[in-house]
Design a protein around this ligand. Structure first.
Ligand SMILES: Cc1cc2nc3c(=O)[nH]c(=O)nc-3n(C[C@H](O)[C@H](O)[C@H](O)COP(=O)(O)OP(=O)(O)OC[C@H]3O[C@@H](n4cnc5c(N)ncnc54)[C@H](O)[C@@H]3O)c2cc1C
Length: 291
């Protein structure tokens, strides 16, 4: 199908974009990479009166390192995250996750701001934003605000963004020293959305886990953290028995849907297996071993 007719506005600044959104009174949508929006327009799941194109706003595709964080502009494309030396060195788990996002052609266009704002329940970037405790900077004609990733994803395709708001910057705090990471995903075919995926970090000092983080996608209405499993790992040495306990807690904490691709039971089983693999890899890396 073809999309319903719409007007098209090219914004040349953040202020121009949010002014155009506000003027449309809820009838406008931002277009960034268009990789999720255009299919929804074509299927007429969305019929915005106006598209506000943010692609020509200068200076919004940055990846910059500060003392404490890696800051990423909303227009940074998936492929830039995948290939950025800064991301590879400082946030290797993010670089690894990006290789699992769709196909190269889609990664060349899709943006981090678009993926987070879209909030697909099986997308990788919301999971990584949760794992890395990212902060999201948001602009509107009313000013600027910052939302923690843990408060941003409200439900399937639903995020904490008003109709006149635009995500502008994502701040990823740097990981602490002696932090290892693991990532594991299963999709039916390369480039498909995940049936389930898990990303984990373990910060290890004096032989025990100081902080555990586990984030999952594909197994609930939104990506989420596995809080109970994280709590049981803190202060412990990672043994096979503890991995089994963490896997059980991960499985108990999700409510996967059944769809054409997999049953709820299969996804619940799978997310546990993936959590076990991600934790084992994180533990090895934190101790300087090859996972
Ligand atoms: C065949 C296919 C396979 C895919 N597989 C995967 C996959 O495996 N994993 C995965 O994570 N994704 C996958 N995707 C989605 C892809 O990653 C998209 O690029 C991404 O989800 C949306 O980014 P975008 O820049 O294209 O956003 P757009 O499509 O332009 O916009 C998406 C939504 O976000 C809004 N938006 C965009 N930017 C902003 C902003 N800065 N502020 C506020 N709102 C904004 C738009 O208004 C729209 O509602 C796939 C897509 C396709 C077509």
């Amino acid at each position: 199908m073809k999309p319903a007719a719409f007007d098209y506005v090219v914004a040349d600044s953040i202020d121009a974009a949010v002014t155009a959104l506000a003027a449309a009174g809820g009838e406008a949508k931002i277009i960034a990479g268009g990789q999720s929006l255009v299919p929804m327009l074509n299927f007429r799941l969305l019929r915005p009166a106006i598209l506000v194109d943010i692609n020509r706003i200068p200076g919004l595709a940055f990846i910059e390192e500060t003392t404490d964080a890696i800051n990423v502009g909303a227009l940074a494309r998936h492929h830039r995250l995948e290939t950025s030396p800064v991301i590879a060195e400082r946030l290797s788990v993010l670089a690894e996750a990006m290789r699992h996002v769709a196909h190269l052609a889609i990664r060349n266009r899709g943006t981090i701001g678009g993926s987070l704002s879209h909030g697909d329940p099986a997308a990788e970037l919301p999971m990584l934003a949760l794992l890395l405790d990212a902060d999201l900077d948001i602009a509107s004609p009313r000013g600027r605000r910052t939302v923690a990733a843990k408060d941003f994803f409200l439900g399937a395709l639903t995020v904490d963004l008003a109709a006149d708001e635009m995500l502008t910057r994502i701040v990823f705090p740097k990981l602490r020293p002696s932090t290892g990471w693991g990532f594991a995903e299963v999709a039916r075919r390369s480039g498909d959305f995940a049936l389930a995926a898990v990303a984990a970090t373990l910060t290890v000092a004096e032989g025990v886990i100081k902080e555990a983080r586990i984030a999952m996608t594909g197994v609930d209405e939104t990506a989420k953290r596995a809080g109970e499993a994280e709590a049981m790992l803190a202060g412990q040495v990672l043994t096979p028995g503890l991995i089994d306990d963490a896997i059980a807690a991960v499985r108990a904490g999700v409510t996967p849907a059944t769809d054409l691709h997999a049953s709820s039971d299969y996804r619940r089983h799978l997310v546990g297996v993936l959590a076990g693999r991600a934790l084992a890899a994180a533990w090895a890396r934190a101790r300087g071993e090859d996972p």
